[in-house]
Design a protein around this ligand. Structure first.
Ligand SMILES: [Zn+2]
Ligand SMILES: [Zn+2]
Length: 388
C-alpha cells in the first residue's frame, strides 16, 4: 500500500459524494467487475484485480473515520500511523467486524454475498457433477394376459423400446477415430476453482467445469449416430416367461433388460406387470377359484350327478339328496398352481336352483300335483305362473 490510490476515482464518485452515493456506486461497480460475470480467463483475472480494488476503496470510503483519514493522508496509511495493523488488517483479508453496525455503513451482507457467489451460498462447496458408471433406468411394461395364461403360465414375445449402448461409438459419444481430449479448462478434474477477494475476505469457489460439463474430457467430434449421448433408442424383442399362478398386478422382473447404464454401468431391469383378464365363469381368490352352477330343482331335491367345469375340463360330482340352493362344494387342488411351486389351490362351486322358465302341459300338471301333495295352492293358469 505504498502508492496512493484514488479511491474516489476507483468508485467513480466525486470527493463530495454522500455515503448513499458511495454505496450505490460500489454496488454497481462490484456487480460489473464480479469475476464470475466475465467471459474468458484473462477477463476474469483482470476483473479480479479491479474487484479487489473496488472493495478496498469502498471499505475505506464507507467508514467515516477512515474516509476522513484518507482525505487527509491519502491511501498511504503507514505514513499516517494507520498501517496494516491499525484496525483493519490489510486489504485482501478485510476485518469485517464493525461493518454495518453503526459505523455509517449500512450494507446488506446477503446482497454482497449474493453478488459474489451468484445468489447466496448455493454454489458454495458445490460438488462436481463428474460421475463414474451409473446404472440404467428400470423400465415397466404392461402386459394383458388371459385368466388361463395366468393359471397355467405362458411365454410371450414383447417389443420393448429402450436405451442401448450406441453400437457406433460404443458409448463414448465420440466419432470413432476422433479424439477425446482432456478438458483444457479443468485439466480433467471436471471442476474449476476461482478465488475471489471480497470485502468478506478471500473465498474459493469450486464449480462444475462449464466446458466439459464436469466430465473432464471433451469430445472433439460427436458420434454421428448418437450425437454425444453414447446411447441410442432401440426396440428389442424380449421373450417373457409368465409363470403359472401369477396374479393380476404382479410383475416379472427381467434382470438387465432396462435402459443401458452409462460409462459401463449396469443396465436397469425390466418389469413386466401383468393385467389378468376376468374369466367368464371363474373368480379367483389367491390360488383358489370359484364358480356358480345352476342345478334343476328336482336334482337338488333328489340328489344326482352334475357336471362341474374346471380349469382343464369338466368333472362329474354327485350332490346329495336335499341339497339346498347356495350350498358350496369344494374340489381339492383344482384351483390355480401356487406360483411358489407348492401344489394347487382349490375349486369351490356353489349350487343354485335353476327354475324352469317354460313348462309343457304335462310338466305343469305334474308340478301342480306335486304342489298339491304338500297342500300348496299354486296358480293353475299359465299367465299367473309367468306373470312375473
Ligand atoms: Zn454413438
Ligand atoms: Zn472441464
Amino acid at each position: 500500500m505504498a502508492d496512493s490510490k484514488d479511491y474516489y476515482e476507483i468508485l467513480g464518485v466525486s470527493k463530495n459524494a454522500t455515503d448513499e452515493e458511495i454505496k450505490k456506486a460500489y454496488r454497481s461497480m462490484a456487480k460489473k467487475y464480479h469475476p464470475d460475470a466475465q467471459q474468458g480467463e484473462q477477463a476474469k483475472k483482470d476483473a479480479e484485480v479491479k474487484f479487489k480494488e473496488i472493495n478496498e476503496a469502498y471499505s475505506v470510503l464507507s467508514d467515516q473515520n477512515k474516509r476522513a483519514q484518507y482525505d487527509r493522508f491519502g491511501s498511504n496509511f503507514e505514513q499516517a500511523g494507520f498501517g496494516g495493523n491499525a484496525g483493519y488488517g490489510g486489504f485482501g483479508g478485510f476485518d469485517f467486524s464493525g461493518f454495518g453496525n453503526g459505523m455509517g455503513v449500512d450494507i446488506d451482507l446477503d446482497d454482497i454475498l449474493g453478488s459474489v457467489f451468484g445468489g447466496g451460498f448455493g454454489g458454495f462447496g458445490q460438488k462436481s457433477k463428474k460421475t463414474g458408471p451409473t446404472r440404467g433406468a428400470d423400465l415397466r411394461y404392461n402386459m394383458n394376459i388371459s385368466f388361463e395364461e395366468a393359471a397355467f403360465g405362458t411365454k410371450r414375445e414383447i417389443n420393448v423400446s429402450k436405451n442401448e449402448v450406441c453400437d457406433v461409438c460404443h458409448g463414448s459419444g465420440a466419432k470413432p477415430g476422433s479424439k477425446v481430449v482432456t478438458c483444457d479448462k479443468c485439466h480433467g478434474s471436471g471442476k474449476v476453482q476461482t478465488t475471489q477477494n471480497t470485502i468478506m475476505g478471500t473465498f474459493a469457489t469450486v464449480k462444475t467445469c462449464d466446458k466439459c460439463g464436469g466430465e473432464g474430457k471433451v469430445i472433439t467430434e460427436p458420434c454421428e449416430k448418437c450425437n454425444k449421448r453414447g446411447t441410442v433408442r432401440k426396440t428389442k424383442k424380449i421373450t417373457v416367461n409368465i409363470p403359472a399362478g401369477i396374479d393380476n398386478g404382479q410383475a416379472i422382473s427381467i434382470h438387465g433388460e432396462g435402459d443401458c447404464g452409462k460409462k459401463g454401468g449396469p443396465a436397469g431391469d425390466l418389469f413386466v406387470v401383468v393385467n389378468v383378464a376376468p374369466h367368464k365363469i371363474f373368480t379367483r381368490n389367491g390360488f383358489d377359484i370359484s364358480e356358480t352352477i345352476k342345478v334343476p330343482f328336482a336334482k337338488l331335491t333328489l340328489g344326482g350327478t352334475i357336471k362341474v367345469p374346471t380349469l382343464e375340463d369338466e368333472v362329474e360330482y354327485n350332490i346329495p339328496e336335499g341339497t339346498q340352493t347356495g350350498t358350496k362344494f369344494r374340489l381339492k387342488e383344482k384351483g390355480i398352481q401356487n406360483i411358489h411351486g407348492r401344489g394347487r389351490g382349490n375349486l369351490e362351486f356353489t349350487v343354485v336352483v335353476d327354475i324352469p322358465r317354460k313348462l309343457n302341459d304335462e310338466q305343469r300338471e305334474l308340478l301342480t300335483k306335486f304342489a298339491a301333495s304338500f297342500g300348496d295352492e299354486v296358480n293353475t293358469k299359465k299367465k299367473g305362473f309367468f306373470g312375473r
